[in-house]
Design a protein around this ligand. Structure first.
Ligand SMILES: [Zn+2]
Length: 182
């Protein structure tokens, strides 16, 4: 039972309160589109950069990195892990859309630090099927950034692996801390 569908019509902040979150997103989009002017951008990112980051809700990547609409590709998943699917996106990004640099953004207090590979066993016990994917949990965020950088640098599919840099973003201060790849 939920009360999230309760309405408060007439409120000046009605968009924030009416309907489900998706209803509110659709309403917000109408306002966004009303103020949107076609910037005339092409698909290739202007700054020729791909950012691989955690999906964490506290990472507001564009302002945090000083990037604008059209500047970069953003590839996100739980942990900002360089999985086969991230390599797939990076390969398309570099070979078909002209990016040359890769920026990896992990962060403090990541949810993956609280998980272990036991999560797969828990799932298997509950649903009777073991996921094919690894959880990719970690205890040391800097070590995980290093591993991610290595995965990008050693991928045979990528054209550009000379400018791959990894960072940990502090969700309390907003500051990036660069991780030494060594
Ligand atoms: Zn995270």
């Amino acid at each position: 039972m939920t009360t999230s569908a309760s309405v408060s019509v007439g409120s000046e902040d009605a968009i924030a309160r009416v309907g489900t979150v998706t209803d509110r997103v659709v309403e917000a989009n109408k306002q966004y589109a009303a103020g949107f002017g076609d910037p005339g951008l092409g698909a290739p990112p202007v700054q020729q950069v791909a950012v691989v980051a955690c999906m964490d809700a506290r990472l507001d990547l564009y302002p945090a990195l000083g990037l604008q609409l059209g500047d970069c590709h953003t590839i996100r998943n739980a942990g900002g892990v360089v999985t086969d699917d991230v390599i797939r996106s990076l390969t398309i990004s570099q070979r078909k859309l002209g990016t040359r640099s890769v920026i990896l953004v992990h962060h403090t207090a990541c949810g993956l630090e609280t998980l272990t590979e036991d999560f797969r066993t828990e799932l298997e016990t509950e649903v009777g099927q073991r996921p094919a994917w690894a959880v990719e949990s970690f205890k040391d965020v800097e070590q995980d950034v290093r591993q991610s950088m290595r995965r990008v640098r050693t991928s045979p599919f990528l054209l550009h692996t000379d400018d791959v840099r990894g960072f940990v973003l502090d969700v309390r201060t907003g500051l990036l801390h660069e991780v030494d790849p060594a």
